[in-house]
Ligand binder design. Structure first.
Ligand code: HT7
Ligand code: ZN
Length: 844
């Protein structure tokens, strides 16, 4: 397969003035007629007329009304065109019913829908399918569906047709069409300049009762973007559609966002508090793309982080404002370490702005999204809040309507702030997570922090440069008072020291407050100091981090040296849990433990080969010891945090439930599940029901609940996804692969639905001790299913290959077993480009 390089970028030789599309819908043979006005791009001398097109049956093509016979390949079309403006017309036939890849125009439960990002439009018709070719679109849809939607504003409809016009120039990846038997949840929003916007969430009949929360989230997002970024919505209508079969969470098509139903449908009975929070964040994310992605898009797919990093950053700001900022920051860092640090540490490491790819779908990664967002956060820390918003105003003013680059973005910041960002660019260009080692000394009232940064080599990048790292630091006195408030140290060199003078005693440092940079902090810290910070740090992130590090180090000692559970941790965590000055949601988070994967990586970094079973055993032992240590406290917390009002997914109630359910987990370890069974029997919302069922599964007394849960929810796809997932996540390590084998034989298992496939096979790779069980059954079961899924849905197959990305951490036996599966996948005839690229990179 061909590798595409950033350095080879050239603009397209033609500009597109307007596009007219007519769809004559039919499941097996939809006809798409296009009429596209091209004109030569004066900035390009060597013009080549190539239109992308894949899996299309061309019926005819014309230029300026005259029939032409273009040369066709399996990637597109070329033909001779005039050296002046001209009209290209074509009619193609496509087969949405046969489209299982869920890219282009496809059918989901009888509904037509599209997914065009990144390169799906070329499966709809011949077109320059690249983000820097922008045009206005008019779309006519002919069919007998009761609802037929496209981008922009509706301009006409009648018996068997609907017409839409999008006045805003856009690249083809933002095109969308939906048609089906749908019902809507309508509402309205008045923008700050007085524009009346019609809002709709479109769903399958029966789901209309699950739209209210999503609609409120949409209105809050619209208002927030006006208030915080000064960005207003720009069409008369905003439509959201829920689709069951979807490869990712949602898609920001102009004026017609398409959502995985799991990312928009919500009710108290069927959705957990975490589901509600995720839905609110995804609705916000897609809405915010209207400015950061749609009005200003990317010049090419190498610039993906321009829209994704910024939009993730914006949605995390939104969630922080709507809910608890510290809890959001801690959750984001847990996710960043679990997914992005893991990626940065292995064979799939790549820069936030990659410089080459084979299949762009493989680069919708934690690095581009989550690390991309961290870079925006660092920029804001470095320039300050006021300068950040000034730069954003300039960005919108200067680049509205553009397909922009990271250079454009950084230039805006340089021009708005006068700051040289040459060194900052390194964050976009070099892969890998910097290790920041710290030592300190105290002499004559002066306290000095000495930092050294080193970034390990990553595939294709052996040499790394020092980066600018904003390190937020505060100092505490021995009685817990803050003797120096948070200040941002700007590290720009490989080694650098910073001093604080005028101190009467040696302070306790709180370093990297708020996780001010995506680095790994390496500092030898005594347990007593960690317990001190957990008790006294005023920075909520570092307070949590102190407890997390205590737990992690204790677990490492248990795995490595056979140590007993750390008494310092057990004491500190109890003190924290009973502190009623702390937010319950924070306490629930602080009662969490490092994941199996975090511990495996930590052990590997310390020079040990991680044993997944030993990690599992250590976690179980610690959980049991914690339950014993908290046997009085846990029931008190459980009673104290019962929510006795009507269910609401708001942060206050959700935090109380999270803490009560953490307490239930502790109680279950001692009472064998009787309290959990009571909660299961009386639960009136999914958060309570699922938490209780999880406890019962963990206590091995969940069989009756497992059956009851299925009987109660078998009509609801999204709840049954949970049913599949939890049984696997709670299986004993030696049973995990068998549980997957059993569940994939269940009548409700289907590999055509990505949510169900991920719920099942994704849960297997998410339960590390089960997946890495020494027999290798986990590896084989996953490989078997990836091989089966690949011909149907390459995108989802390729993404799920990342389960194998950590294989080099393990012992030679496991490495050989994994390598055999990687080789088997690679040897599969006709393996997709997506999966070939992923497995080859992982295998190395
Ligand atoms: N911009 C979108 C990314 C995307 C996608 C979404 C659904 C299916 C396939 C997709 N490929 C790429 C989603 C987002 O980041 O908001
Ligand atoms: Zn996005």
């Amino acid at each position: 397969p061909q590798t595409i390089y950033l350095k080879d970028y050239t603009p397209f030789g033609y500009l597109v003035d307007n596009v007219h599309l007519t769809f004559a819908l039919s499941p097996g043979a939809t006809r798409v007629t296009s009429r596209i006005a091209f004109r030569p791009n004066p900035k390009v001398t060597d013009r080549v007329f190539f239109l992308h097109g894949e899996d299309l049956k061309l019926h005819w093509a014309k230029i300026d009304g005259a029939d032409v016979s273009p040369q066709l390949t399996d990637r597109g079309l070329t033909c001779t065109v005039p050296d002046a403006p001209f009209i290209f017309e074509a009619e193609v036939e496509i087969d949405p019913a046969a489209n299982t890849a869920l890219e282009g125009l496809y059918m989901s439960n009888g509904m037509y829908c599209t997914q065009c990002e990144a390169e799906g439009f070329r499966k709809i018709t011949y077109y320059p399918d690249r983000p820097d070719v922008m045009s206005v679109f008019t779309v006519r849809i002919e069919g007998d569906e009761n609802v037929m939607l496209s981008n922009g504003n509706p301009v006409a409809d009648g018996d068997g047709f609907a017409e839409w016009q999008d006045p805003w120039p856009k690249p083809a990846y933002l095109f969308a069409l939906v048609a089906g038997d749908l019902v809507n949840h309508p509402d309205r929003f008045t923008t700050r300049s007085g524009r009346e916007v019609e809002l709709n969430i479109w769903v399958r009949p029966g789901d209309e009762g699950k739209c209210a929360f999503g609609m409120e989230a949409l209105k809050k997002s619209m208002k927030w973007d006006e208030d915080v970024y000064g960005r207003e919505y720009d069409l008369d209508i905003f439509n959201i559609v829920a689709v069951d079969d979807f490869n990712m969470g949602a898609m920001e098509n102009k004026g017609l966002n398409i959502f995985n139903s799991s990312a928009v449908l919500a009710s108290a009975e069927t959705s957990t508090d975490a589901n509600f929070e995720r839905i609110e964040a995804i609705i916000a994310h897609e809405y915010f793309h209207n400015w950061t992605g749609n009005r200003i898009t990317c010049r090419d797919w190498f610039q993906l982080c321009l829209k994704e990093g910024l939009t993730v950053y914006r949605d995390s700001q939104f969630t922080s404002d709507m809910r608890s900022a510290p809890v959001k920051r801690i959750s984001d860092v847990i996710a960043l370490r679990a997914r992005q640090f893991r990626e940065d540490n292995g064979p799939l490491a790549h820069p936030v702005r990659p410089d080459s790819f084979v299949e762009i779908n493989n680069f919708y990664t934690a690095t581009v999204y989550e690390k991309g967002a961290e870079l925006i956060g660092m920029l804001k820390t470095l320039v300050g809040d006021e300068a950040y918003y000034k730069a954003l105003d300039l960005y919108f003013e200067r680049h509205d309507g553009d397909a922009a680059t990271i250079e454009d973005w950084l230039n805006v910041f340089q021009d708005a702030t006068g700051r040289d960002l040459t060194q900052f660019k390194c964050w976009y260009e070099e892969a890998g997570t910097p290790r920041l080692t710290v030592s300190d000394d105290f002499k004559d009232g002066t306290y000095t922090l000495n930092f050294e940064q080193k970034t390990p080599p990553t595939p294709g990048q052996d040499v790394k440069n020092p980066r600018v790292i904003p390190i937020t630091v505060g100092l505490l006195g021995p009685n817990g008072d803050e003797v120096r408030e948070s200040t941002v140290l700007e590290m720009t060199e490989g080694k650098q020291s910073f001093s604080f003078d005028g101190l009467s005693t040696r302070p306790i440092p709180s370093i990297l407050r708020g996780f001010s940079a995506p680095v790994i902090l390496e500092r030898k810290t005594a347990n007593t100091e960690r317990a001190f910070l957990l008790a006294h740090d005023t920075d909520p992130f570092n307070k949590w981090e102190a407890g997390n590090a205590l737990a992690r180090d204790g677990l490492i000692a248990m795995v490595r040296d056979g140590a007993a559970p750390d008494g310092a941790y057990l004491d500190a965590v109890q003190t924290m849990a009973r502190d009623d000055d702390l937010d319950p949601a924070f306490r629930a988070l602080a009662l969490g433990l490092p994941s199996q994967d975090d511990l495996a990586q930590a052990l590997f970094d310390l020079g040990h080969t991680p044993d997944p079973q030993a990690i599992w055993d250590a976690l179980e032992t610690l959980r049991q010891a914690r339950a014993q240590a908290m046997q009085d406290l846990a029931p008190r917390l459980y009673a104290q945090f019962q929510v006795n009002e009507a269910y609401s997914p708001d942060a206050r109630q959700a935090g109380a439930r999270a803490l009560a359910n953490a307490a239930l987990g502790l109680i279950t370890r001692l009472d064998g599940g009787s309290q959990a069974q009571k909660q299961y029997d009386t639960a009136d919302n999914m958060t309570q029901q699922l938490a209780a069922w999880s406890c019962l599964l963990q206590a091995k007394t969940g069989d009756a609940a497992t059956q009851a849960f299925y009987r109660q929810w078998q009509h609801d796809r999204l709840v049954i996804d949970k049913w599949f997932m939890l049984q696997i996540l709670h299986a004993e390590p030696e049973e995990a692969a068998n549980t997957v084998k059993k569940l994939t034989k269940h009548t409700d298992f289907t590999m055509k639905n990505p949510n169900r496939f991920r719920a099942t096979l994704g849960a297997l790779s998410g339960s590390a001790a089960g997946f890495h069980h020494a027999r290798g059954e986990g590896y084989k079961v996953l490989a078997d299913w990836l091989i089966k899924l690949d011909p149907l849905n390459p995108q989802t197959t390729a993404r799920m290959c990342s389960a194998f990305e950590t294989w080099k951490r393990y012992d030679s036996g496991r490495q050989a077993l994994i390598k055999a599966q990687l080789d088997r996948i690679l040897a599969t005839p006709n393996l997709s480009r997506d999966t070939t690229e992923m497995v080859s990179r992982i295998r190395g």
